[in-house]
Design a protein around this ligand. Structure first.
Ligand SMILES: [Zn+2]
Length: 489
């Protein structure tokens, strides 16, 4: 415990200099000894032409009372983007074990010292430990070399963000392209010095690219240590001059720069070589499973019920069901209410491990649509199925059934349009009844009053005037209503 306190104290002091980097990455600006040696002779390091599969442990951090977790859906989207960002490097990730939840408000919004403690107590060895929190020390994210873990802000984990790729780049040995400039603002109006914060400043002619900045010669000079927008050629709007006065603009396509997320799309060849050599060398213990589970097949869920604009007669609770997908570990359900103007309003999002979900509290007299997204922890790139629609009828707000009426049935269901159907029921005592046929929008299409004697009764009903579709057949009195679904093919 004393040792831990010392480590935390050391890290907290060491990182103070980065505390002002509110928007960016707060990884300490150092080049590892391993990378320094590697860059002296990359050819001497192990190589492989295979895809390297690397385990990640996901820690979703919430508050003390269990609020604020990054959602599974957002995690899947971010994971899909991460995989895509590493495709060209032939490095792919899989989520090891279950997603881990940590209820801790201190870690949820943490300082560097608190983050180090979080990683110390929760890291799983030989995996890349990624902690998704609300505020990682005021930054979008950081890699902690001391604790060997990555912290990420929920707000920087969008489907179009590359913060996760950037921090894993750090984890696999990469410095920023602008190494040395962290915490120092480049000033075009002053001559550029030969050294910044004791790092040699990289020149445009490549003469010192091995020693200056990140030490990679295929990442050009970049002095911009704040988040910056790019122009149409994906270069910085901000021009810069190297120490010899040569002018250039920074390359926004590199994940390890601070270009905005819409500019960046790649690691350079030398960066990729270093990350792979790092995995095959000091990180070789991470490569224990080179046959992780494969993407879902099929990946799109087939919806079973309710479908085809089915009329729902019981709004208190409704089971949505779909076909199970092999190897899926969970399903996300999206339920929308259709507004009169035709737009969809999100009514609820649900998460279940089985191939059905019971929703409650639906309202009557509405149109709805729903869809399902299956996933497993190695396939974040699944998409939602198409929508299926159903309707809840307005007659459902009435309430009580016809008193003394029982055994109401309709035959056959479904029937072909134009053919008769038979409605049957039993009455305790004789009574005047009203027969009503209602369509899905609640319109009354047919009304007939008749006398029903006590005992068993039946009535043939013509469907000549009805198109194929779903209707409700209701028997009513002043005080109640009983109904059956009429389906015409
Ligand atoms: Zn960084």
């Amino acid at each position: 415990m004393k040792q831990l306190s010392l480590i935390i104290l050391f890290l907290a002091i060491g990182w103070q200099i980065n505390a002002q980097q509110v928007e960016g990455c707060a990884t300490p600006p150092v080049k590892s000894e391993w990378l320094t040696e590697y860059q002296q002779n990359p050819a001497a390091y192990p190589r492989s032409s295979e895809i390297l599969y690397v385990p990640i442990t996901i820690h979703l951090v919430g508050t003390d009372v269990g609020n604020g977790y990054f959602s599974i859906e957002s995690l899947l989207d971010a994971f899909c983007t991460l995989q895509s960002d590493f495709v060209d490097s032939e490095i792919q990730f899989f989520i090891e074990g279950d997603i881990r939840y940590i209820d801790n408000s201190t870690y949820y919004n943490h300082t560097f010292g608190e983050g180090a403690e979080m990683m110390y107590f929760h890291n799983i060895p030989n995996t890349i430990n990624c902690y998704i929190v609300s505020d990682p020390a005021g930054a979008c994210g950081y890699f902690s070399p001391g604790q060997d873990g990555v912290a990420l802000a929920k707000s920087c984990m969008g489907v179009n963000d590359h913060t996760w790729a950037h921090e894993i780049g750090h984890f696999l040995s990469l410095p920023h392209t602008f190494l040395g400039w962290e915490g120092t603002d480049y000033d075009y109006s002053s001559p550029t010095p030969n050294f910044v914060n004791n790092f040699p400043v990289e020149r445009l002619d490549g003469s010192n690219c091995n020693q200056a900045a990140d030490g990679f010669c295929d990442t050009e000079p970049d002095y911009l240590s704040f988040r910056w927008p790019c122009n149409g050629e994906l270069l910085s709007n901000q021009p810069q001059q190297d120490p010899t006065g040569e002018e250039f603009r920074s390359d926004g396509t590199l994940f390890m720069s601070y270009a905005n997320d819409n500019c960046s799309s790649r690691f350079s060849g030398e960066q990729t070589g270093a990350m792979r050599a790092n995995l095959l060398g000091p990180r070789a213990s991470f490569l224990y499973n080179q046959n992780p589970p494969q993407p879902l097949d099929p990946s799109i869920a087939t919806l079973v019920s309710p479908v085809n604009d089915e009329l729902i007669t019981e709004v208190g609770s409704l089971e949505l069901s779909w076909e199970a997908i092999p190897d899926a570990v969970g399903y996300l359900v999206d339920l929308d209410l259709m507004l009169p103007n035709g737009s969809a309003y999100n009514f609820g999002n649900y998460h279940t491990s089985t191939n059905s979900y019971v929703v409650t509290g639906l309202v009557s007299d509405k149109a709805w649509r729903w869809s399902v997204r299956a996933y497993n922890l190695n396939d974040g790139c699944t998409t939602y199925s198409g929508f299926e629609q159903f309707t809840t009828g307005n007659f459902l707000t009435a309430t009580q059934e016809v008193e003394g009426l029982s055994a109401l049935s309709l035959f056959p269901v479904p029937q072909s349009a134009g053919n008769q159907v038979q409605l049957s029921w039993s009455m305790v005592e004789s009574k005047d009844l009203q027969l009503r046929i209602i369509n899905l929008t609640g319109q009354t299409l047919y009304t007939e009053r008749f006398f029903s004697p006590a005992g068993k009764n039946s009535k043939q009903i013509n469907t000549n005037d009805l198109a194929a579709g779903v209707y409700v057949l209701a028997l009513e009195t002043e005080n109640g209503r009983s109904f059956k679904r009429l389906v015409l093919k």
